[in-house]
Design a protein around this ligand. Structure first.
Ligand SMILES: [Fe+2]
Ligand SMILES: [Fe+2]
Length: 288
């Protein structure tokens, strides 16, 4: 059961004057990844094929993720009427394939799969909170608040199922930690970078992982504040079975914040270099 519907969003409050241009490419890319939730649910249902409770939960979860994609896609189309959300998503789905018939989790165990899901929901919950707080545009603010609340509920959903499997599979702490760190590291793989390509690059421009990742991260990382990382670290600690509000979580949050700031600045540098290269090739084209 959904906790809100697209129709309930006050779309008539959309204010183009308050749209921050740097946010538009991010919302377009996020719409791709969210909309792809239904394929991920097929994968999850295949991995948990003998668990009807979890299968039902995965179906309900996917309905919400797809709605996140559609709401973000609708907002991006208001902000940039030239954006073709269905066409961009068709391109994404064609090029980014999930193994929807997997027999077992790519994480090595069901507990591991659920910990990886907790990492994703931690990331999305923090991200939409940060984006919503930073945005001045009232409709985007409202959508981000609604989505962030869903993502936090998703975290709790996967966490509860994870606890159930942990009792059965008894996955050791080092293995839980490895899955969690591994999934966090995958943020820089193709999922987001390719989503950025499909939703932002002009037709004919080839996919370039590093360029697209910088395009996404160089903008997205600027919205985080320490409080978002601190809260996210608490969720990560909880998912791997550590005290979420202790001294260790505090130290880890400070370390993660420093790492994020360093990565953010490097991505911004790459973005600035791209802008210089683009303007140089534009002036060469004009001169020719
Ligand atoms: Fe989502
Ligand atoms: Fe979610």
């Amino acid at each position: 059961m959904k906790h809100w519907t697209i129709e309930q969003v006050a779309w008539d409050r959309f204010d183009p004057a308050k749209v921050e241009p740097e946010v538009i490419p991010l919302v377009k890319a996020a719409a791709m990844v969210e909309r792809n939730g239904d394929d991920y649910a097929l994968y999850l249902k295949s991995v948990f094929k003998d668990d009807p409770d979890f299968q039902q939960a995965a179906d309900n979860w996917a309905v919400e993720e797809v709605q996140h994609g559609d709401a973000l896609g609708k907002w991006a189309t208001l902000a940039d009427p030239s954006f073709d959300y269905p066409a961009a998503f068709a391109k994404y789905r064609e090029g980014f394939k999930i193994d929807v018939k997997a027999d077992a989790s790519i994480r090595g165990s069901r507990t591991g799969e659920l910990i990886a899901r907790c990492m994703v929901e931690t990331g999305t919950s923090s991200y939409y909170t940060a984006l919503g707080e930073a945005s001045e545009e009232p409709v985007l603010k409202e959508i981000c608040r609604l989505i962030a609340a869903d993502e936090y509920r998703h975290f709790k959903l996967f966490y509860d199922h994870m606890k159930r499997y942990l009792e059965r599979e008894n996955l050791s702490f080092p293995k839980r930690l490895r899955v969690a760190l591994g999934r966090i590291g995958e943020t820089e793989d193709d999922e987001l970078a390719f989503a950025f390509h499909c939703s932002n690059d002009p037709p004919g421009l080839a996919y370039d992982h590093d360029r697209c990742l910088a395009g996404y991260m160089g903008r997205a990382m600027g919205f985080y504040r320490f409080r978002h990382i601190e809260r996210g670290m608490g969720m990560i600690f909880k998912a791997i079975g550590l005290e979420p509000r202790g001294r260790m979580a505090d130290i880890a949050a400070k370390g993660a914040w420093r790492l994020l700031c360093w990565r953010r600045d490097r991505y911004r540098q790459a973005l600035a270099q791209q802008a210089v290269a683009n303007s140089e090739s534009a002036s060469l084209a004009r001169a020719a």
